[in-house]
Structure formats: structure tokens, C-alpha cells
Design a protein around this ligand. Structure first.
Ligand SMILES: Nc1ncnc2c1ncn2[C@@H]1O[C@H](COP(=O)(O)OP(=O)(O)OP(=O)(O)O)[C@@H](O)[C@H]1O
Length: 277
């Protein structure tokens, strides 16, 4: 798989500060990988994402997005779903907002195709509001979905999501995780900043930031389960394991097993395997 994100010894200083917010940080992400970026408040997650967009100048190091220098990366290579959502919206209606993105990408697009693509993307992200709805009349969750729709319509290969599930209810969070999994299967690369441990569990890889540096980079199974499967290393970093992990840890302790599921289906499969053997 080609490298989608390449960060090499990157340091970032914010205006007026002497202490770097990102400290000689190196990170490589392959195309088609879903990375959960987590860390406590102020760890540098948003700064890292903004740096990948070229919005925070780097004091040292280098960044390449799909082989291009970060300064030359286009909207079709990398896009961010910002938090709060209004930060990225410029149109006054849902139609205007999405049509603008499509016209930028396909200047010759006709109205029928425009409406078709907008309708498809709204269905994909579960945005069930009239096309002429005012952006200001949308709920937090609907705005979040609109921003995700917009990022997808841009055609970007790399999607950065900053707390994109924060305004969503539990069902919508699940839907978003399914959508992200589908996008990854289609080859998109996802960097998902989230404090929600269910989001972290659903990823292919967890990168934990603390004080501007990477302190953990591993598979979710190694983030949430120790070698025996009876304890949760993520607790040492201040993160409570999600319910599925809690349940598996308890099961392992009671039944002296070592299963480490990261999804409901993996849990069922692991239990079936234990019963068979
Ligand atoms: N525009 C800015 N100017 C100066 N310092 C900033 C700026 N934005 C962020 N910082 C500082 O950079 C550090 C990292 O902030 P950042 O927003 O990247 O953290 P984060 O991990 O995304 O936090 P959170 O989980 O709270 O969103 C913090 O100490 C913050 O105060």
C-alpha cells in the first residue's frame, strides 16, 4: 500500500510560544488505513490535523501527502471535517453548501447530476432534511453529517475528522463508524480524532499523543488488552475501556480465557471458538 501521510521529525510552534506543540513527531499512515488519534485535552491532536492541512507552519521536519509536499496538497488529496462544524460552512442552504463543493471539483457538472450526487451523499451520511434547508436551522448532528458529506464530495483521498462524532447520538455514531469502515474499504485513508473509546476500538490503528509526541502506536487490541487479556493498558493513560472490552476482560478473568475482541462479531466468533476447543 502506498504511503498516504508521511510526517518526519515535525515540530510546530504556535505564534508567540517558545515550547513546541508538536515535538519532532514522525508518523507514516498507509493508504486505506483508519487511524484513531487520541490523547488528553491539549495533547496536540487538532494541531497535528491542522498541520497536515498546511494550516500550521512547521518549524522543522517535512510532511508529504500522497507523495506531495504538504504545501502543494490539494482538496482532492486531503480534507478535514472541522469542529465546530460551522467553521467549514460557507453556503446558506444545504444545497448551496454541497453544490459549491461539487462545482469546484467538476466545473462542468450539470444540474441533474448535481442533484443526483447531493441526494446520494445525503442518503449515505443519513442526512434526512430538505435540500433547501437553511444551514442555520440544522441540529448539531445534522451539521456534522453535512460536513462529512461535503468532505466526501470533495473526493479527498485522506479524510481528517476532528471530533466528528461529538454531536451525534449513539445510533448515529455507530452509523458513522460503519460509513468510515466502508470508505476505508474503498481505499480512503482516515485520521479520526476522538475522545470516544468506541471510535478508537473501531479503528485499524491507535496513535496516542501526549505533550506533542507519540507515546503509543499500536493495534486497538494492544491498546485495550494486556498480554493475558485480563487488564486494560489504556487505563494507565486515563482512558476507560468501552463496554465490549470491559465485558471481554471480565469474561477472561472469570473463565481464565485470553480473548481480545475489538467488535461484537469478533466477540461472538471468539466465544464460539472457545466453546469448540
Ligand atoms: N492558536 C493557538 N495559539 C497558541 N496556542 C495554541 C493554539 N491552538 C492550540 N494551542 C495550544 O496547543 C496545545 C495543543 O492544542 P490542540 O488543540 O492541538 O490540542 P488537542 O489535543 O486537540 O486538545 P483537545 O482534546 O482539547 O481538542 C495546547 O496547549 C493549546 O493551548
Amino acid at each position: 500500500m502506498p504511503t498516504a501521510i508521511h510526517m518526519e521529525d515535525v515540530s510546530v510552534l504556535r505564534h508567540g510560544q517558545t515550547k513546541p506543540i508538536l515535538r519532532q513527531l514522525s508518523l507514516n499512515v498507509q493508504s486505506g488505513q483508519w487511524v484513531a488519534l487520541c490523547g488528553q485535552n491539549g495533547a496536540g491532536k487538532t494541531t497535528l490535523a491542522r498541520t497536515l492541512l498546511g494550516l500550521c507552519p512547521i518549524a522543522a521536519g517535512r510532511i508529504r501527502i500522497h507523495g506531495h509536499d504538504v504545501k502543494e496538497a490539494t482538496a482532492q488529496q486531503i480534507q478535514m471535517v472541522f469542529q465546530p462544524p460551522m467553521a467549514q460552512l460557507v453556503g446558506s442552504t444545504l444545497y448551496e453548501e454541497l453544490a459549491l463543493t461539487l462545482v469546484q471539483r467538476f466545473p462542468a457538472i450539470n444540474t441533474a447530476d448535481l442533484l443526483h450526487q447531493i441526494s446520494d451523499i445525503c442518503q449515505l451520511v443519513g442526512l434526512n432534511v430538505p435540500i433547501d434547508a437553511s444551514v442555520h436551522a440544522l441540529s448539531g448532528g445534522q451539521l456534522q453529517r453535512l460536513c462529512i458529506a461535503q468532505a466526501l464530495l470533495s473526493g479527498a483521498e485522506v479524510l481528517l475528522l476532528d471530533e466528528a462524532s461529538a454531536a451525534l447520538d449513539a445510533d448515529a455514531r455507530n452509523q458513522l463508524r460503519h460509513l468510515l469502515r466502508e470508505l476505508v474499504k474503498q481505499g480512503k485513508t482516515i485520521l479520526f480524532i476522538s475522545h470516544d473509546m468506541e471510535d478508537v476500538l473501531a479503528a485499524d490503528r491507535v496513535v496516542l499523543l501526549a505533550d506533542g509526541g507519540i507515546v503509543q502506536d499500536c493495534h486497538p487490541a494492544d491498546f485495550f488488552y494486556d498480554a493475558q487479556g485480563t487488564d486494560c493498558p489504556a487505563r494507565d493513560f486515563g482512558f476507560a475501556p468501552p463496554f465490549l472490552v470491559e465485558t471481554a476482560l471480565m469474561y477472561n478473568r472469570l473463565e481464565r480465557q485470553h480473548i481480545k475482541p475489538c467488535s461484537e462479531s469478533a466477540f461472538v466468533e471468539a466465544l464460539a471458538h472457545v466453546v469448540r476447543t
